[in-house]
Design a binder for this molecule. Structure first.
Ligand code: SF4
Length: 297
């Protein structure tokens, strides 16, 4: 850790969310932070349910703290965080009012910044148990934090565990099932964020071999690189995946980006040249139509 701190500035942030499916927004934000350039989520605290702070007439929040290793400098990081908040449709009409997601930078190494746009360490972190308690989960110097915790309201924080399994593309967990026999191992899901996962792989679920010729969506069809029309197989794969996740009561699925099955919002354009176009993979389309929430990784 010490060595890595020299090559990557480390900072911590607190995520909180209280509208819609709060846990979905948090998981989505953590995944998006991990996908930022030269950035990796290295620790995630437990999730905590807390009473709203400031404006009281609103639902409880769920919040957590994450540690990042990043080469992004503070203002660039703030810019990227704002982008993530906008992508997750932040709604903020009242100061301290309801919102889908709010990501704050609490510390950035030992740096101190005071400007109109950014204050580091965060202005209010010492007054907020919902920041301090999750921070204790991930910070090595606990003494620095523990002294600020308000013991009287300590019990207002309750650990929150999502009651359902989270669906996930099996290749992200390191299964060698990609078209080329490899995987898309992602440390975030395998080591850092330990959730109760249900692995899914639409293409192998329907019996496509490993390895296999890669496929892409072209118009309303799916073709392999050697020209086989696999539209029907991909359709069956989508329905079987839906069946599987319904059986386990899953309502959030983390899907590998760009794939003709698992891609969300962007997929390859069908020319096998690496060009991306707007669109969803066949399985993602089917899951979305059935009310399943998708996180793209
Ligand atoms: Fe991964 Fe989805 Fe492709 Fe299976 S179908 S290898 S889960 S991207």
């Amino acid at each position: 850790l010490h060595r890595r701190r020299h090559s990557f500035p480390t900072r911590r942030s607190s995520d909180l969310s209280n509208m819609g499916d709060s846990f979905f927004y948090l998981l989505n934000a953590i995944s998006k932070l991990d996908k930022l350039d030269v950035t990796q989520v290295t620790k995630v605290s437990k999730f905590y349910k807390t009473k709203a702070w400031g404006y009281k007439e609103q639902d409880d929040f769920i919040n957590c703290c994450v540690e990042l290793e990043t080469k992004l400098l503070p203002y660039k990081l703030l810019f990227e965080i704002s982008n993530i908040e906008s992508k997750l449709q932040r709604v903020r009409e009242l100061h301290w009012g309801p919102r889908t997601i709010d990501i704050d930078i609490i510390f950035y190494d030992d740096l101190r910044i005071e400007s109109e746009k950014l204050t580091i360490p965060h202005k209010y972190y010492k007054q907020r148990n919902f920041v301090l308690v999750p921070l204790l989960d991930i910070i090595w110097d606990k003494k620095q934090i523990i002294k600020y915790i308000d013991k009287k309201s300590f019990n207002d924080l309750e650990e929150y565990k999502y009651p359902k399994k989270i669906g996930i593309s099996a290749c992200l967990l390191g299964d060698n099932i990609k078209y080329n026999g490899g995987n898309n191992y992602t440390k975030l899901y395998v080591q850092t964020l330990k959730l109760d996962y249900l692995k899914v792989c639409p293409e192998t679920l329907v019996g496509l071999p490993i390895p296999r010729v890669p496929s892409e969506i072209k118009g309303d069809k799916v073709f392999s690189k050697i020209g086989d029309d696999l539209s029907e197989e991909f359709e069956v794969a989508a329905n079987k995946t839906l069946e599987r996740i319904k059986k386990y009561g899953v309502d959030i699925v983390i899907m590998k980006s760009k794939s003709p099955s698992c891609g969300y919002e962007n997929i390859y354009d069908g020319t096998f040249t690496g060009n991306l176009i707007k669109g969803n993979g066949r399985t993602v389309d089917c899951l979305l139509k059935n009310g399943i929430k998708i996180i793209s990784y």
